[in-house]
Every structure is written in structure tokens, then in C-alpha cells.
Design a protein around this ligand. Structure first.
Ligand SMILES: [Zn+2]
Length: 725
């Protein structure tokens, strides 16, 4: 998936004349790169220039066309065929150890879905997306009807209630109006404000509703935003946002193997014990199908901010409109396939940079995820070409094509669980690209220790506008902040988004394995998410007609991988981490009485960690500036710095969600980012005993990492400081 973010109303004004600018500026040898000695930086600059010259818009488009040619939902024959296609391509490109790994998971496929209004008038929902002129793909017979992944099966006829966005506060308001949803069918809209549909399902289930209908209101992604397909990028009347409602905020992956890999023959828990399987029926609707229901509702008029973009008065309902819902799912076990390949490191093969993108799509996956898949295929072709020509990365670069991301982050979770021990020993970082492109605006996410190298890397790439990617990123980021009324100025230290929730394949690596992660996406106006209209036509008309941002993504993703793979000292910035953690802690007390909790020991521990991080940074810079570093010493430092992220894991996990082990990063049930998850949730509940416990766990982890970083600093100085200095 990949979360929709607040959309900019305008795309950046691309100046085509600027394309003629000499690209010399971006092809110069780098004189300094974080983590490199000067001579290694010069060599790295040459490698990067060779690499950046390979990905081409024509190839991006060709690959994109292959992946978007047919619907390829998780578990489908087409998606499995694409797995074999990727494996073949990777072998031809020179990747090594290419394997297809199989996971047998709890399946969730629709046998049939049905919705009709039985009173006051009859209306049978079409649950289909009609073709538009100019786009032949929309006539494809294998486009699915409306369905929600992991919906329960069942049948009910009951009154319909409109519950706005389906968040807990919406049901509070209904209760105040005397409207009970128990046993009724609830109609909600997708995002006002955005919350993950699985959270809407859990909330409706807890409220005792019999079924949940989720529709796309034109105020959010349709004609109220701008021109709709085929005249513009927004969602047309019939577009249906499919999606899973899996409770993967409790535990992602196969619901029957929580915490271990669902390899064939693995132990499985009974379905009744699986906390991530919803017990409620759910169905997504286009506004075409939702409109007759809304138009016939009685009851109190809905509040102003519950009114949507349709030209009708929205009512809360509860009496007059009755609907009949029938959903039949096939939950038999099915195989998902993860494709894995690598370019073995020339010098440090047991240190891994892992890159991944999911392959499965709700329908064609124009943006989500096939834009990312195209970018990945161009990236592997380019790195494979360099390796064949003898330019191999120092460390190993591992590539993965995930399956079943859309269902519950399933493929990546199972793979991460299967190789967790090995990853904890060997992995440097995980770099995720889900959707690579739906427009020109870069959104770069990274754990705080990797944010500086992401920003640095953006300076060496050229945006299609002719500016550096860094300049383009800063401008779109400033514009977005203005439009969403955030007061914070854009600076180098806040340009990368260091708040990481869930909703894509980085989750297992960050929250379960304890790896630093980074996520990249170019976005823009996009109203066809998870619908059939998200296809090749859409990309070629709106998202990225020239495939220049796809190409730039291959370059950006690849240069980041190369820098991590080739660095003399891994470019983790722990002072940056410390200042981010301080910000997270300070936010805990915003508008809250924290007199029952003493944060001083944590703040002191953060200061110590920051000092240690700064000293290590200075020592590393000094050592790098002095030239070659003894390989044994470099290995000590690098293995130590890799350990820092692992040390943020609490083996017991966060309270109530033991699978999620990271104490700095977590996600809310809505998928929104949640910093210091254990501590924050305890503070929000005013559960001071748990808060104190969680605060102590955080303080201890900070102290451990300070000690580790100080030791690394001592090792570095023991070797590099001349006697008598
Ligand atoms: Zn996706």
C-alpha cells in the first residue's frame, strides 16, 4: 500500500527549458561523501556517475508496461508469473543466488460480494468500475469487483447508519444523537481525516456493527479535488478503493504464524486465536454506489464537517434505509512468493544492504506498486551491468520482490521473520520503495541516523526540472508545509521525514529485526489509489508521462545503496538520532500534565547519547580525512554502529503488541506514526506505572547505546590519534 499523504493541489511548475542545462554540475567527482575517505569518495563519485548514466526512461516505461499489463493481486497466477519473470531477469542481469521463496499463508480471496438497498427503494450496487474512453485496459475481463482483503464472510439485512470516517469519535457523536449501530450496517468514507481502513473495521467491530461499507467521497479524491479520469488524475464516479482490513497493527504477516515464518509445514495457530483477522464483513464502494444510499437516509442532518462532496444533504440514518450485504470469502491456504537476488560484495559479503518493493497489486498497480517495481528493475539492470563490468559493491546488495504486501505486509514479514537472526548479524539497512511515482514531489523517510546521508545524496542528483533533487525536494516540501499550515521552516535537518509509521514493507525490518530503514516516493495529485484506474494509462497521462521520475528513483535508490555498500565507515549519525529522540520526548508533555512522570533521567541520557554521537562523528571524520583506515578497525566500528539500531529493540515488545519491538518507532492502529510507542501510549492512558517502566526501558537503551558509541570512539581514537597528541 503506502499511505496517501495530504495532496498538494498544484504540481511543481516544471521548467522544460531548464532541461537543457549542462548536467556537468551533477557529474563532478565528489570531494567528500559521508563515511568515505577522500580517495574513496573520488572513486565512489566515478562509480555513481557510471551508474546514474544507465537507467533510462524508455526502459522504465517498458518494464512498467509489463507489470501493469494484467491485474496481479497476491496469490494470482499472473502475480506468480511475474515472480518468475523477475527471477529470470535478475539471473540474466548477473544477480547471484536468485531464489523464489514460498510462504503458505492464510488466504483471503473473494468468491462473491453483493450489496442491495431493500428499503425505501430497491437499488442493487454494481460494485464495478466502468471503462472510460481512451483506456483499453479498463475493459479487461479479469478486473475484480469490489472487495476488502480479510473481510469476514456472512450475510445480513439491517438498517444503515452514516458514521463519517468511522473513527471512535464519530461513534461518540452518533451516541449523543441517540443512534446505536449495534447489529446495523455502517457506511463510512475513506479519509476525513485519513485512517487505515483496518482501524475503521476494528472500530466498527467493537461497536457491534454487522458490516462496514467504506466509500470514496469526491471531496477526498474525486471531482471536488480537480479533473477526474480520463481528463485528470482524480478518481472518477465508479472508482473503488480496494484494500485489506487486516489488523496488522497488532501483528503483520500471515495471521496464523505470528512471529515466525509460514514456510511450508510451519506450525500454525487456530484461526480463532489469530488477533489480526477481522470478524466483521467489509466492502469498499464507489461514490456511484454510495450515493443512492446516502440520498435516501433519514435521521438527523449530519454535522457540517461530516458533509461530503456529493450534491445531497448527508443524514445520519439508522431507520429508513435498509441494506442487504452478502460476502463469501475463500480462506484456504495459498502460497505467496518472494523473489530474492543479490550482488555479492567484493570485500564484505557478509554485510548486507537490503532493498525491496512489493509486486502484488489490487488491480494493475499503475502507481502502487508497479511504478516501484519498474524502478527496481532498472536499478538491478544498472547494478548488474556494473558488476558484470567488474565494478562490484564492497558490501552485498540484496534485492527482494515482496508478495502479499497489500494483504498484511505478508511476504516481507515472513521473509524478515525467517531470516531475523541472520539479518541482525549482517544487515546494514533496509531501503524500501513501494509506489515510486505518482508525481514530482519527493517524500523521503528515514530513521534519524540515516536522514543526513539521504539529504546529502539528494544534492548529487538532478531533478527533471533542472534543479538539484535537493532544491526540488526543499521547494515541494516548503509548499506542502504552507498548504497544510505547518509553521516549521524547511531545514536540512528536518527535510527528511524521520517519523515512520507502518503501511509498507519496512515494518518488519524496523520494528521486528531492528534495522535502520529508509523509504522513498515521488508523489502528486492521485485519486485512483487501489482502483482499476491506477494503471498504465494513468501513469502515461498524469503520474509520470515521460518516466523521468521513475528513472530518478532508480538513480536515487541506487546511489543510496551504493553509498551504504561502499562506505569506509557507515554513515550513521547518532547526534541526529539523539536530537530527534529529544524532540519525541518533548512532545510527550505537550498539553499534558506529566507531574507523575520524571522525564529528567531520559533527557539526561539523551544528552549523553548526543555527546557520544558527536564525538564519534568528529573522530570518524578525522580518521576518514587522514586516509585509509585499517580494515580491522573499520570492521569493529561498523559492526558496532550496526548494533545501535538493534539496541532499540525491547525483546518483550511494546505493551499489548509484543511483535513490535522497537522502542522509538511504532505505529498507531490508524497506521499513523507513533514515536516512543510504549511510553506514549502509557502516557495517553495515564497509566503511570507502565509509563515509568517504559521510561526506564528507554533510559536503559540510551545508556547502552551511549556506552557502545563511546567504546567505538575509544577504539577509533586509539588507532588514529598520534602519540603525544
Ligand atoms: Zn503499495
Amino acid at each position: 500500500m503506502s499511505l496517501p499523504r495530504p495532496m498538494l493541489s498544484s504540481t511543481s511548475a516544471v521548467c522544460f527549458l531548464a532541461l537543457a542545462l549542462p548536467s556537468l554540475l551533477f557529474a563532478q567527482a565528489q570531494t567528500s561523501i559521508l563515511g568515505f575517505t577522500p580517495s574513496a569518495a573520488a572513486r565512489e563519485g566515478e562509480i555513481e556517475n557510471k551508474f546514474k548514466a544507465i537507467p533510462s526512461p524508455d526502459e522504465e516505461r517498458r518494464q512498467h508496461h509489463i507489470f501493469t499489463a494484467e491485474p496481479h493481486v497476491a496469490g494470482s497466477a499472473r502475480n506468480n508469473e511475474l515472480a518468475r519473470y523477475i527471477a529470470d531477469q535478475w539471473r540474466n542481469e548477473g544477480l547471484e543466488d536468485v531464489v523464489i521463496r514460498r510462504y503458505d499463508v492464510y488466504g483471503s480471496n473473494p468468491k462473491s460480494t453483493f450489496l442491495e438497498m431493500t428499503a425505501p427503494v430497491h437499488y442493487r450496487a454494481i460494485l464495478r468500475e466502468l471503462p472510460v474512453p481512451g483506456d483499453p485496459d479498463l475493459k479487461n475481463k479479469s478486473i475484480s469487483s469490489a472487495w476488502s482483503g480479510m473481510s469476514a464472510s456472512g450475510e445480513v439485512t439491517a438498517p444503515l447508519v452514516y458514521a463519517h470516517s468511522g473513527n471512535p469519535e464519530d461513534y461518540e457523536l452518533l451516541r449523543k444523537q441517540g443512534i446505536d449501530v449495534k447489529g446495523k450496517v455502517v457506511l463510512v468514507r475513506y479519509s476525513n481525516p485519513y485512517s487505515y481502513r483496518g482501524f475503521k473495521a476494528l472500530t466498527a467491530e467493537r461497536e457491534g456493527a454487522a458490516a462496514l461499507l467504506i466509500y470514496s467521497d469526491p471531496a477526498e479524491d474525486g471531482f471536488k479535488k480537480g479533473q477526474v479520469v480520463p481528463k485528470g488524475p482524480w478518481g472518477p464516479e465508479y472508482h473503488i478503493q480496494r484494500g485489506a482490513i487486516t489488523y496488522d497493527f497488532m501483528v503483520p504477516g500471515d495471521p496464523l504464524t505470528p512471529g515466525w515464518a509460514s514456510v511450508p509445514g510451519a506450525k500454525r495457530i487456530p484461526v480463532e486465536e489469530a488477533v489480526s483477522i477481522p470478524k466483521i464483513m467489509a466492502l469498499p464502494l464507489s461514490w456511484h454506489d454510495a450515493k443512492p444510499l446516502l440520498a435516501n437516509m433519514d435521521g438527523p442532518v449530519a454535522p457540517d464537517d461530516w458533509q461530503g462532496g456529493l450534491p445531497i444533504k448527508y443524514h445520519l440514518g439508522g431507520q429508513r434505509v435498509r441494506v442487504h450485504v452478502k460476502i463469501e470469502m475463500d480462506n484456504s491456504t495459498q502460497p505467496y512468493y518472494v523473489v530474492e537476488g543479490r550482488i555479492r560484495g567484493a570485500q564484505l559479503p557478509d554485510e548486507w544492504i537490503v532493498l525491496g518493493n512489493h509486486r502484488d497489486a489490487w488491480v494493475f498497480g499503475g502507481v502502487d506498486p508497479s511504478s516501484g517495481t519498474a524502478s527496481m528493475m532498472e536499478l538491478t539492470r544498472a547494478l548488474g551491468k556494473l558488476a558484470k563490468a567488474g565494478t562490484r559493491p564492497r558490501r552485498t546488495v540484496v534485492f527482494c520482490s515482496w508478495d502479499g504486501e497489500e494483504v498484511g505486509l505478508t511476504g516481507s514479514t515472513e521473509w524478515g521473520e525467517q531470516f531475523a537472526d541472520e539479518l541482525r548479524k549482517k544487515a546494514v539497512a533496509y531501503l524500501n520503495v513501494d509506489s515510486s511515482t505518482s508525481g514530482p514531489n519527493l517524500h523521503g523517510q528515514a530513521v534519524a541516523s540515516l536522514a543526513p546521508m539521504l539529504v546529502e545524496t539528494s544534492r548529487t542528483l538532478k531533478d527533471p526540472s533542472g534543479k538539484s533533487l535537493y532544491e526540488a525536494w526543499k521547494e515541494s516540501s516548503a509548499r506542502e508545509r504552507r498548504e497544510t499550515k505547518q509553521s516549521e521552516e524547511v531545514t536540512d535537518s528536518n527535510l527528511a521525514d524521520t517519523r515512520i509509521g507502518s503501511g509498507s514493507d519496512h515494518t518488519v525490518f524496523l520494528n521486528f529485526v531492528g534495522m535502520p530503514v529508509l523509504g522513498l516516493q515521488f508523489d502528486g495529485p492521485y485519486g485512483v489509489y487501489h482502483s482499476a484506474y491506477d494503471d498504465f494509462f494513468w501513469m502515461n497521462h498524469y503520474g509520470d508521462p515521460g518516466y523521468r521520475y521513475h528513472t530518478l528513483m532508480s538513480q536515487l535508490w541506487g546511489v543510496l545503496a551504493l553509498r551504504l555498500a561502499n562506505a569506509d565507515l557507515l554513515p550513521f549519525d547518532f547526534a541526529s538520532y539523539a536530537s530527534n529522540i529529544r524532540q519525541f520526548v518533548n512532545e510527550l508533555s505537550k498539553g499534558k500534565d506529566l507531574s507523575s512522570l520524571d522525564l529528567k533521567p531520559i533527557l539526561d541520557a539523551i544528552d549523553d547519547f548526543e555527546i557520544a554521537g558527536k564525538r564519534l562523528d568528529q573522530s570518524a571524520n578525522r580518521a576518514l580525512a587522514a586516509g585509509a583506515i585499517d580494515p580491522k578497525l573499520a570492521a569493529t566500528i561498523n559492526h558496532g554502529t550496526m548494533q545501535v539500531e538493534r539496541n532499540w529493540l525491547n525483546p518483550d515488545g511494546i505493551p499489548g503488541r509484543p511483535w513490535f519491538k522497537h522502542i522509538l518507532y511504532g505505529a498507531r492502529f490508524t497506521y499513523a506514526h507513533l514515536e516512543l510507542p510504549g511510553l506514549t501510549e502509557a502516557v495517553e492512558k495515564q497509566d503511570w506505572a507502565t509509563a515509568k517502566q517504559q521510561a526506564e526501558i528507554l533510559r536503559q537503551a540510551l545508556a547502552n547505546n551511549t556506552k557502545l558509541v563511546n567504546q567505538l570512539n575509544d577504539s577509533l581514537n586509539g588507532d588514529t590519534v598520534a602519540p603525544g597528541e
